[in-house]
Design a binder for this molecule. Sequence first.
Ligand SMILES: [Zn+2]
Length: 115
Amino acid sequence: MSSFCKCETPPFHHINFVREELGEDQYGTEVALEPYKECNRVWLVYLIEEPHYANSGRWWRVLITPSERKNFISMLARQFIGNKDWCYIGGSFYNSQSQKKPDKSLFVEKGLTYN
Ligand SMILES: [Zn+2]
C-alpha cells in the first residue's frame, strides 16, 4: 500500500493538487489538468455536472504523460480517457451506487465503464 502515491489513493483531496483549467470540451464538459504537488505527475480530470438532475455529478481522473500533455486540448479529453486502460471514477452519481463495494468503488479497468 505504501508504494502508492497519494495522488492515486482515493479519496482525492483538491488541496493537494494544482489545478489548470483547460476549458469546456465540445460536450460542454469541464476539463482540467491537476499536477500533484508531491510527485509532479499530472492527472487529467473530466467533470460532468448536470445541475438539473440530482446526484448527476461524475468525474474521471487519468494520468497524462508530459509528451501526451503537449498539444493536448480539451476537445480530446473524452477520447483520451476512453483509450486509456484504466482511470479513477467517482462523484455523487456513482457514490449512490457503490455502497456494495466501497473499497473498489472508484477504480475501473477500462475507459469510461463503471466496474
Ligand atoms: Zn503521485
